[in-house]
Design a protein around this ligand. Structure first.
Ligand SMILES: C[S@@+](CC[C@H](N)C(=O)[O-])C[C@H]1O[C@@H](n2cnc3c(N)ncnc32)[C@H](O)[C@@H]1O
Length: 318
């Protein structure tokens, strides 16, 4: 049985400042405590903003309508089996890898930054008769022991944590030596990766140290992130067939109603007087994807193929 054993050890404002080892706080220790405090405050504010962003719209609906096949694909790629301890991080929504792993009998823990989406996942699991712990947690500071899980998964999830190296180190840390890590991420050149590139010029400047999510779909980049913490890296790209949108406008309106990142950037662009320009750019992206499919007449077959990467690896030291 896997449990959330250890509370996250966030740095605190009292570290070193209130407890100097020799009773005399030097200028250096005071400055470094202030720096740590400022960094923590900035990170908490950033995560609060991310939480609010993911809670807007209706991600559970999008998960059900569009991306439901991805979680099972990741679980299948990892060969998860009954009795294994699995942690699905940044798991959100209601159709995900956590549920797919629980269905094969794994002992699953599910965690996500956004409490509203954790609740949606819990409700979906209960509706299926699946019992697993759901936790609110930041993947950059997971409240878990080293090596606690046989398998660590993230399906279009960890890619949205802003500090990639921190998040990658956590995936490796909580996996036992010899265990498996599986990451499914949109590729930079695929449809969703391109959507983020289209939205970037309309978004506020990223906070210091934050990196673009679709980098997690680049094999060389992820190999470097995971570094010597893993062996046996296997990676392949695949596509998700999406036939829900017959026109670019349908795509744009659906994302404007359901998808937190798109809602946030549209709101910002609107405040800058650039809302129409962004909408035109999103429509052009979708028109291009529909045209590439060669079936743009609005018939049953109209669709898009959204590229993603599945990367699996073994935790070194097993
Ligand atoms: C696209 S949704 C994920 C979907 C889910 N894994 C699925 O397969 O449908 C991205 C998720 O990442 C979560 N997330 C973003 N930043 C995070 C962080 N720092 N730590 C944990 N979860 C995070 C969001 O709350 C959101 O639920």
């Amino acid at each position: 049985m896997t449990t959330f054993a250890r509370p996250a050890p966030p740095p605190t404002s009292t570290d070193s400042a209130s407890h100097p080892t020799d009773g005399t706080a030097t200028a250096d220790t005071t400055a470094s405590a202030r720096g740590a405090h400022d960094a923590l405050t900035a990170d908490l504010a950033l995560k609060a903003a991310h939480r609010a962003m993911w809670a807007t719209g209706d991600y559970p609906r999008l998960a059900r309508d569009l991306v439901a096949p991805l979680g099972p694909a990741l679980v299948a790629a990892l060969g998860v089996s009954a009795g294994e301890g699995v942690h699905d991080v940044a798991c959100a929504g209601a159709r995900n890898a956590a549920l797919a792993a629980a269905r094969v009998g794994a002992e699953v823990t599910a965690s996500d930054l956004t409490p509203e989406l954790v609740d949606a996942g819990r409700a979906r699991a209960e509706a299926e008769g699946l019992t697993l712990p759901w936790r609110t947690a930041d993947v950059e500071h997971l409240p878990c022991d080293d090596g606690q899980f046989d398998v660590v998964t993230s399906c279009i999830g960890v890619m949205f944590a802003p500090h990639h190296a921190l998040a990658a180190a956590e995936l490796v840390r909580i996996c036992r030596p010899g265990g498996r890590i599986g990451i499914l991420a949109w590729t930079p050149g695929g449809f969703i990766g391109r959507m983020f590139a289209v939205m970037r010029p309309f978004a506020p400047p990223p906070p210091p140290g934050a990196s673009p999510p679709p980098l997690w779909g680049d094999e060389a980049y992820v190999r470097e992130l995971l570094g010597s913490g893993v062996t046996d890296v296997v990676s392949r790209v695949a596509t998700l067939r999406v036939t829900r949108f017959e026109t670019p406008q349908q795509f744009r309106e659906y994302f404007a109603a359901t998808y937190g990142p798109t809602i946030a950037v549209r709101a910002y662009a609107g405040r800058q007087g650039r809302g129409d320009e962004l909408d035109a750019a999103l429509d052009a992206l979708a028109a291009d994807a529909l045209a590439a499919d060669g079936r743009t007449g609005g018939g049953d077959e109209a669709g898009m193929d959204w590229e993603y990467r599945i990367l699996t690896a073994r935790r070194a030291g097993g």
